[in-house]
Design a protein around this ligand. Structure first.
Ligand code: PLP
Length: 416
């Protein structure tokens, strides 16, 4: 019965999910408070109180046929306008975005799938920069595209490499995905580097006479603060890519900024500057329907739209990030300082590789993760992001989870 594709995808099984299941198993044995699970990016700051109020008020006051009925596939007009206004507030544009630049989606996952369905023919190429959210590969496979991976450069702070990008673009390149702030590194890309990427894309479009879509995946956009060594809080601007490259579409999600990943709500912004923008929006709206999403869930569409100026307290994650970064760095771990999102990217200790005579980075990650697991600490190996030689610590957890795990981290590095 099963297709060959799904047989192989089922056998592959997500590494992150496997770690999460391992965590559940360990919690049953040792008790939840004694297991330090840093595997999943499931936000733990509660959704804004205003969201609950708006859900209750909508249920009390609106016509049930409106709340629960079918609607246009692109979403309620009031929601589309509210989401266009979010972009306008953020970017201060002179020519504001309108509701018809927005398609409301069931989160960023659906948004990216819809965009790929809209633009890809079989064997078209989509470029991603490692380390990356591995689901991109599955999404690209869904439309029989080819994933072209640009390897990471740790010496350049995991910033997308424009020179390598230039070498990998062909006349089949339909899209490039940029995820900023980045999962799994926590890095926020500086504007001058993004301009270099945009310049490469513009030159390649001219060379081949093609359109290359830049997909800006921004679910962590509002989680852009971190604490510096002197204790000051730094807020790093997240560049609005349509300002520097016309063929950009933005895929946004409220999963992390509102702590509502289970509600499935986000949007696609298609600026007028995108080639054939009106046709693009029409096609993407059809894609939303024929892929079976039909429309984003109606109640949450209305509720988020009515408190769209809210976000969760990003400072909480920044405090967690500082606690972990400082403590692990003091112990001797090499970590990338997280500027945003809620992930710490930690290098597998070189001493471990030497002590165990480990030849491959993959083996190093596995052994490092095993040693941490022995201390009941669960992290995700870099292989899950094609970022070998590192592990990801997801710190959207209670403060006690971090505090409880620190002795275990210390023991592991001391015992190598
Ligand atoms: N893109 C990145 C980089 C993510 O980390 C995630 C979820 O973790 C998504 C997209 C999907 O988010 P959503 O819950 O909005 O589908």
């Amino acid at each position: 019965m099963l297709s060959k594709v799904m047989k192989s995808k089922t056998d592959e099984k997500s590494i992150i999910r496997a770690m999460f299941e391992e965590g559940c198993k360990m919690s049953r044995i040792y008790g939840t408070e004694n297991v330090y699970d840093f595997s999943l990016g499931n936000p733990n700051v509660p959704a804004p109180e205003a969201l609950k109020k708006s859900i209750v008020s909508i249920l009390d006051s609106e016509d049930p046929l409106k709340i629960h009925g079918y609607m246009q596939n692109a979403g309620f007009n009031e929601t589309r306008q509210a989401f266009a206004d979010i972009e306008n507030r953020r970017t201060g544009r002179k020519a504001p975005y309108r509701l018809d630049n927005i398609i409301v989606t069931t989160g960023a996952a659906a948004a990216i799938n819809i965009v790929l369905k809209t633009i890809l023919d079989e064997n078209d190429e989509v470029v991603v920069f490692a380390p990356y959210f591995l689901e991109y590969r599955n999404y690209i496979d869904n439309y029989r595209g080819r994933t072209i991976v640009i390897p990471p450069d740790e010496n350049k702070g995991f910033i997308p490499d424009h020179e390598k990008l230039q070498e990998r673009i062909t006349n089949r390149t339909k899209a490039v995905i940029i995820n900023n702030p980045n999962n799994p590194t926590g890095v926020i890309y500086p504007k001058d580097e993004l301009i270099k990427i945009a310049d490469v894309l513009k030159a390649k479009q001219n060379e081949y006479g093609t359109d290359i879509c830049l997909i800006s995946d921004e679910p962590y956009r509002e989680l852009n603060c971190c604490y510096m060594d002197d204790g000051s809080m730094q807020k790093t601007p997240v560049v609005h890519l349509p300002d520097i490259y016309d063929n950009t579409v933005v895929c946004y999600s409220f999963s992390k900024s509102f702590s509502v990943p289970g509600e499935r709500i986000g949007y696609i912004l298609v600026p007028d500057s995108v080639a054939e923008s009106q046709r693009f929006i029409e096609a993407a709206t059809v894609a939303n329907r024929i892929m079976g999403f039909v429309n984003a869930p109606s109640l949450i569409q209305l509720a988020v739209a009515r408190c769209s100026h809210e976000t969760v307290d990003a400072g909480y994650y920044a405090e967690n990030g500082k606690l972990l970064y400082d403590a692990l760095s003091d112990m001797g771990y090499e970590c990338v300082r997280p500027q945003g999102a809620f992930y710490l990217w930690v290098k597998v200790p070189k001493t471990l590789l030497k002590a165990e005579n480990i030849m491959s980075e993959e083996e190093g990650e596995r052994i490092f993760a095993e040693r941490l697991k022995h201390e009941r600490i669960l992290v995700t190996p870099g292989k899950a992001f094609e970022g070998e030689g590192y592990v990801r610590i997801s710190y959207c957890v209670k403060r006690e989870t971090i505090e409880g795990a620190l002795p275990g981290f210390c023991k592991v590095i001391k015992e190598i």
